[in-house]
Design a protein around this ligand. Structure first.
Ligand SMILES: Cc1cc2nc3c(=O)[nH]c(=O)nc-3n(C[C@H](O)[C@H](O)[C@H](O)COP(=O)(O)OP(=O)(O)OC[C@H]3O[C@@H](n4cnc5c(N)ncnc54)[C@H](O)[C@@H]3O)c2cc1C
Length: 504
């Protein structure tokens, strides 16, 4: 029976959990191996006394009816977690003394805001909307990208419509090219705003972000889509998926770290070497393995002799190096916060910014009444942290904490006495807690050269080894990795002559 051939999913972040839940729901025998003592990965949480901090992701897309989380949750007969729409989704302060920009949820209000903030840029926004509409309908038909075999090609063709062929012609362009086509190249404020926003979602500024990707992320905050704030914490998303997985017969093994992957001599099955909580190594066999870790992890998991083809190894080694992140987790007296402060603020200051600030809502489960968690994240170069000795590392951490505090205190007018808690995570922390090599976060960066057709496929050259997560199309964010997990799950089912019937 095709259903009985075992599947092992490596990693219980949102990608691994989604793939595992979908496959268990289809009746497959699935084991999910997660190295941490809780699932969630970069979209998990940690506790400090009465405070709950979202580790990485703090806002979520894909909860609208046709959104990727909503579709999967409906399919799994799960209720969506309680969430509040973010309006504004973010307040963007360019830190040049000019009026900050509110990214409103209501499209009309957002149009008025951008006409006031960036006069003469409407052609650019209209073009982005056209591209986005075409992209959105395309992606809702679940295309397989990039393609690896005939089945993938057929699924891709099934998703393509005429407008997609037209927007497909823009594949090699960047957002900066669209700006220039629309005659707004001289609007430096617009460019600064776009650079800041795109860095958040694609790890690249406007001149490097693929037009087809950027046009969509620039419309994510507006109805009928939107960005949400989860009640409780980000952890609820993983908890719901884990419960569904276990209810459907899935086996969730926490504190089980995969240390090696080996393809069988007949190239038709896998042995997964796992270190359990007692430190002992066990060997599990699988017909299919879904690896939701960054693809760079395969370099360590599949040393010479494990069956990793040389040319694939080279491809992985040559992938663009993703960024790391520094994340400041603080608690502040709510009384010190300005009235009506939005839950998310992007501050365009440099070194070590720009920062993305996330503030908890009163009573949302993250801090006691009268206090708020305040998280500030910024990208960093992983090598700046990973080769320091302990003393230099602690010194650098303190310097960065001081810089962050100085900026935030100046911005909001806080004093030292307003702070209740402060700590900093660095690439080392992410490497330790999420197992991501060198603490790299996010995906590969959404450049035209590795977006869509040119990205790393979920189908690997090794029979039965599949990738999903934020390095696989359509990229980072919980909504994005959910789509990559759906794609890998459909491919696994197709390999067994089966199909996932996900409603639209
Ligand atoms: C600072 C920051 C802010 C972000 N903000 C947002 C946001 O606001 N909204 C948003 O949508 N996205 C955001 N993201 C991105 C988002 O969090 C990620 O894209 C997404 O959560 C990645 O999910 P994943 O399942 O692909 O990987 P991960 O979350 O990294 O999950 C991988 C899992 O595998 C486990 N693991 C690792 N190695 C092993 C091993 N050898 N054996 C077994 N298990 C292993 C890890 O413990 C982890 O649980 C942010 C990310 C960061 C870092």
């Amino acid at each position: 029976m095709a259903e009985k051939k075992p599947v092992i999913v490596i990693g219980g972040g949102i990608a691994g959990l989604t793939a595992a839940s979908l496959l268990a729901h289809e009746g497959l025998s699935v084991t999910l191996l997660e190295s941490h003592y809780q699932p969630g990965g970069c979209a998990g949480t940690f506790k400090r006394g009465p405070y709950v901090f979202d580790v990485g992701a703090t806002q979520i897309a894909g909860l609208e009816y046709a959104g990727s989380h909503a579709r999967i949750f409906r399919h799994l007969s799960l209720q969506l977690p309680s969430a509040q729409i973010l309006d504004p989704a973010c307040l963007v302060d360019l830190a040049d003394g000019s009026e900050p920009i509110n990214i409103w949820h209501d499209p009309h209000k957002w149009k008025k805001e951008r006409q006031k903030q960036f006069p003469n840029s409407e052609h650019f926004w209209s073009l982005c909307k056209l591209i986005h509409n075409s992209n959105w309908s395309f992606s809702s038909r679940d295309p397989v990208l990039p393609i690896g075999n005939t089945w993938d090609l057929i699924e891709l063709f099934k998703a393509i419509r005429l407008p997609n062929l037209a927007t497909g012609l823009l594949t090699t362009l960047s957002i900066a090219d669209l700006i220039s086509i629309c005659g707004c190249s001289n609007d430096y404020r617009l460019r600064h705003f776009l650079d800041l926003q795109l860095r958040l979602y694609s790890q690249a500024p406007a001149n490097k972000t693929a037009a087809l990707y950027g046009a969509t992320v620039l419309q994510m905050a507006q109805a009928p889509l939107g960005l949400w704030h989860l009640e409780g914490s980000m952890q609820v998303l993983s908890n719901y998926l884990s419960r569904s997985f276990c209810k459907n017969g899935g086996k969730l093994l926490l504190r089980h770290r995969v240390v090696r992957l080996q393809i069988a001599a007949n190239q038709n099955s896998w042995t997964v070497h796992v270190r359990g909580p007692d430190g002992k190594i066990m060997h599990l066999d699988a017909f299919d393995v879904v690896c939701s870790l960054p693809p760079q992890s395969l370099i360590e998991l599949m040393p010479l002799g494990s069956g990793l083809p040389q040319n694939y190894l080279q491809r992985i080694k040559q992938l663009p190096k993703p960024s790391g992140a520094i994340v400041f987790y603080g608690v502040i007296s709510r009384i010190a916060l300005p009235e009506n402060v939005p839950l998310h603020v992007q501050l365009g200051v440099e070194s070590p910014g720009p920062y993305f600030l996330s503030i908890s809502r009163e009573g949302d489960g993250r801090a006691p009444i009268g206090q708020a968690t305040l998280i500030a994240s910024a990208f960093t170069v992983t090598n700046d942290w990973n080769f320091l000795n302990e003393e230099a590392y602690q010194d650098k951490k303190q310097i960065v904490i001081n810089k962050i505090l100085k900026t935030i205190n100046e911005y909001f007018g806080f004093t030292t006495a307003d702070w209740i808690h402060q700590e900093l995570a660095t690439p080392r922390s992410f490497a330790y807690w999420t197992g991501r090599p060198e603490g790299i976060v996010g995906g590969l960066g959404q450049l035209p050269s590795n977006f869509g057709l040119f990205g790393l496929p979920s189908r690997t050259p090794m029979n039965g080894l599949w990738l999903c997560g934020d390095s696989i199309h359509p990229g980072e964010g919980t909504a994005g990795v959910t789509q990559s997990a759906l794609m890998a799950s459909r491919q696994i089912m197709a390999r067994r002559g089966l199909k996932i019937n996900l409603r639209h």
